[in-house]
Design a protein around this ligand. Structure first.
Ligand SMILES: Cc1ncc(COP(=O)(O)O)c(C=O)c1O
Length: 436
C-alpha cells in the first residue's frame, strides 16, 4: 500500500465519492494504483506522497494549468495580491482591468460578470439568457457542469447526457418540474438543431454549445446557429471553459468566426487559480441586473490577479501556438508508434488536447494497461493529453520512449489476448459510476 492509496481509502469513508471532481477519481485512471494525491507540482512534474516523481502527460490539472504547475510569474502575481489583502469590504480594481482586457480580446463583447468555476459560470449564463429572453427552454450541445438546469435533461431521457458528454448521470435531486426544460442537440448536426428550433420556437430561452470539443464546427452548423438565434432573438452562449485560450488568444470562437451573445471562460484563464468570466453583449448582460446573481467569494483578489497574469503571459508568449505544436507532436507519436506496433487507434480532440482510443472490443482494459505501463515508467498518462506551456521537447522525447515500450507490450497482449491478466488492479471506469 502506498500513502496515496491508503489516504484515498480513508477519503472514500469521509468524502462521498472520495474527491470533488469526477475526473480526479483514481478509478478513472488506474483503480487501486493511481497516485491519488500530490505533495508538490512544478512545471509538468508531479511528486506523490511517497516521493515518486512523474511527468504529467495527462490532464495537467484537468485542463486548468495551461502554463504549467506553480508557474513563477503567475504565483508571484498571486503572492503580491495576497500581500495586499485577498478580501476586503471594498472591491478589487483588478476585476475592472480584467473585464476591459476580456472585452478588448473579444470586440463583440461589452460587459463581463465574474464567478469562480465553470459550472457556476454556465449556470449564470443560462440565468442571464433566460432573464433576457423570458423563456425557459435551453437547447444545449456538450458539457456544461453539474447544475440543475443541465442535469434536468436526463429526467426526460436518461441517455440525453450520455450523448452530450458523460454517461450514467442520474438526475437525482433535480426537481421533476424541470422535465423538458433542457434538450440536447449534437455538434455539427444542423438538421437536428433546425428541427428543435422549429418544434420549440417561442419557448427557447437560450442555446448553449461548447466552442469545440472533438471536432471543429462546420461552417453550415455555425452559420445556422447564429442565424436562427438571431432570427428568434435567442441568446447564443458559447462555452469556452475547455477550449478558451488554447487555440487563440481568447475564445476558440474567434478562430471559428462565430459571434456569440454570451461566452464563458473558466479553468483555462487563470492557470489553476479559481476564476471564471461570463462576457456578453450589453443588452443581454444587463438582464443580470433584473435577476439576483451574487456571491461573496466571486470578489476575491487572487482570481483576477491570477487571470491577468496568465492572460498576459499567454499573449506575450503566444502560448496557444506552443500548445498546438506540442499537441500535434504528441498525436504524431501515437500515430507513428501505433503503426510500428500494429495497434489500431482512433483519434479525436482539439489540436492542443489530442486523445486516442483503442479500436478493439476491450478499450477500457487496454487504456488501463497503458496507464499502468506508463506509470511504471514515470508518467501520469491516460489516453488524452492537455498540452501545456511547461511541456518542452525534452519531456515529449522521454514520453515517446515510454510510449514505444508500452505500445510494444500492449501489442503483444492484444495478439495473445491476455491484456486483462497483465493488470495489477481493476479496469478503469468510464462515465459516472457510484463508488461505495
Ligand atoms: C465546456 C465545459 N463547461 C463547463 C465545465 C465545468 O467547469 P468546472 O469543472 O470548473 O465547474 C467544464 C469542465 O470541464 C467544461 O469543459
Amino acid at each position: 500500500m502506498s500513502k496515496s492509496t491508503d489516504l484515498y481509502l480513508k477519503a472514500k469513508k469521509i468524502i462521498p465519492g472520495g474527491t470533488q471532481l469526477l475526473s480526479k477519481r483514481p478509478e478513472m485512471f488506474l483503480p487501486d494504483l493511481w497516485p491519488a494525491y500530490y505533495s508538490k507540482a512544478k512545471g509538468c512534474e508531479v511528486w506523490d506522497l511517497d516521493g515518486n516523481k512523474y511527468i504529467d502527460m495527462s490532464y495537467m490539472g484537468i485542463g486548468s494549468c495551461t502554463i504549467g504547475y506553480a508557474d513563477d510569474d503567475i504565483d508571484n502575481a498571486v503572492i503580491d495580491a495576497l500581500k495586499r489583502g485577498n478580501m476586503c469590504t471594498l472591491n478589487v480594481p483588478e476585476e475592472v482591468e480584467l473585464a476591459e482586457l476580456l472585452c478588448k480580446l473579444h470586440p463583440w463583447a461589452d460587459m463581463v460578470r465574474f464567478c469562480r468555476t465553470g459550472g457556476e459560470a454556465c449556470a449564470i449564463a443560462i440565468r442571464i439568457a433566460r432573464a433576457y429572453s423570458k423563456r425557459d427552454i435551453v437547447l444545449f450541445g456538450g458539457y456544461h457542469g453539474w447544475s440543475d438546469w443541465y442535469l434536468a435533461s436526463n429526467i426526460e431521457d436518461e441517455t440525453n447526457l450520455d450523448k452530450a458528454h458523460l454517461s450514467g448521470l442520474e438526475p437525482n435531486g433535480v426537481p421533476q418540474a424541470l422535465r423538458g426544460t433542457s434538450i440536447p442537440f449534437y455538434y455539427n448536426d444542423t438538421e437536428k438543431f433546425k428541427e428543435l428550433i422549429e418544434k420549440y420556437k417561442g419557448k427557447i430561452g437560450a442555446v448553449i454549445i461548447e466552442s469545440v470539443r472533438n471536432k471543429d464546427p462546420e461552417k453550415e452548423f455555425s452559420n445556422t446557429l447564429r442565424e436562427l438565434c438571431t432570427k428568434y432573438n435567442i441568446p447564443l452562449v458559447i462555452d469556452e471553459v475547455s477550449a478558451g485560450f488554447r487555440i487563440a488568444v481568447g475564445g476558440a470562437h474567434l478562430k471559428h468566426g462565430i459571434e456569440p451573445d454570451i461566452s464563458i471562460f473558466a479553468k483555462g484563464m487563470s492557470n489553476g487559480y479559481p476564476m471564471a468570466a461570463i462576457i456578453g453583449k450589453k443588452n443581454i448582460m444587463e438582464a443580470s441586473q433584473n435577476s439576483f446573481i451574487s456571491s461573496t467569494y466571486w470578489t476575491d483578489r487572487i482570481g483576477p490577479a491570477a487571470a491577468l497574469a496568465t492572460i498576459k503571459k499567454m499573449i506575450n508568449n503566444n502560448v496557444y501556438l506552443h500548445l498546438i505544436e506540442k499537441g500535434l507532436k504528441i498525436k504524431a507519436i501515437w500515430q507513428e508508434l501505433s503503426a510500428k506496433h500494429n495497434i489500431k487507434l482512433n483519434y479525436g480532440g482539439m489540436e492542443p488536447v489530442p486523445h486516442f482510443g483503442f479500436a478493439y472490443n476491450n478499450p477500457l482494459v487496454l487504456k488501463t494497461l497503458f496507464t499502468q505501463l506508463m506509470l511504471d515508467r514515470g508518467f501520469l498518462a491516460s489516453n488524452a493529453v492537455y498540452a501545456s506551456f511547461a511541456h518542452k521537447d525534452e519531456h515529449i522525447d522521454k514520453y515517446k520512449i515510454a510510449v514505444d515500450e508500452s505500445f510494444g507490450i500492449i501489442s503483444l497482449a492484444i495478439n495473445q489476448n491476455n491484456a486483462e491478466s497483465l493488470l495489477k488492479g481493476p479496469v478503469c471506469h468510464s462515465g459516472f459510476q457510484r463508488l461505495t
